[in-house]
Design a protein around this ligand. Sequence first.
Ligand code: ZN
Length: 342
Amino acid sequence: MIAAEYRLAMPLKRKHVLVAIAIAAIIFVAGIVYTASHTPGAENGSINVVATFYPLAYFASEIGGDYASVASLIPYNTEVHSWQPSTNDMLAASNADILIYNGAGIDRWFEDSLLTAINTTGKLVVETAAGLPLIAGSEGDPYHDHDYGSEHENETAESQEVQDHGLYDPHTWISPALARQQAQKIYEAFVQLDPSHSAYYEQRWALLSEKLEDLDQAYALNLSAKTKSTIFVTHGAFGYLADRYDFEQVSVIGISADEQPSASAFAGIVDLMVERDTYVIFLDPVYEDKYANTLKAELESRTSHTVTILELYLMLGPVNGMDYFDQMEANLLNLKLGLGVP
Ligand SMILES: [Zn+2]
């Protein structure tokens, strides 16, 4: 009996082992098949990247090159502050390998309504502004209903609570130095997800990084010769440039771009422009020009100066064939005019 049981037990044990090996082999083969069909850069596949808006999508394309398929959720040259995702946007995001957002409050919907609605297993989620030295904005501040004259502009905001209430200036990508740090996080995501092409990504990142560093140096060098201290803008999106290159930004409608300026705010800005002897108003073409035109009319009726309205791009999409770098270079030329660089 004992021997018989023993003889029976042996084949059963062997059977179990064989079944286990077979299952392992199936999982292994399935894993290879799955991996092959999802290997970024494999013949029929590429890394599927979904970014919240243009500059991040642009950096991802520059780094990912032939191995990346990049989409932007917010359509190009659309107002970003009040945008909300649709069901199709959720679907696009749920098919992504890498999800990229800015953070600092500009694409809050990404964390609040998108990340909570999709399965992020196996995806890399990149918050590009994480860890950046953010400066405070004035949005929602009951004591400063617009930016002009706000002494808070260049202060570093201290608390998480401040960030939660959207009081950081979110326009980090407009400063080449911060944009470079944001792009670096995108580069690191590509290498992490697809290490077999790390040399390719490294080479492209090195080029992008150098271009952003050169741009930062060009801004610093050119703007160091400024003879004026203040730029006057409709939408206060240039705080990080002001912070880095040592000038002041005075804005009509502040950080969030959907506020209504008061008559007294206008009068205050006109006074300040006269005081600072500055007759240039900056405007991003994405936004309406009614505030710039009102400011120009009031200033011209009070002084004998001709007031010039110049474009200052937010890099929210290609404009007239100009990409991120072209717009940043055009901005520098106009900033030189506005800040009185001889
Ligand atoms: Zn903005």
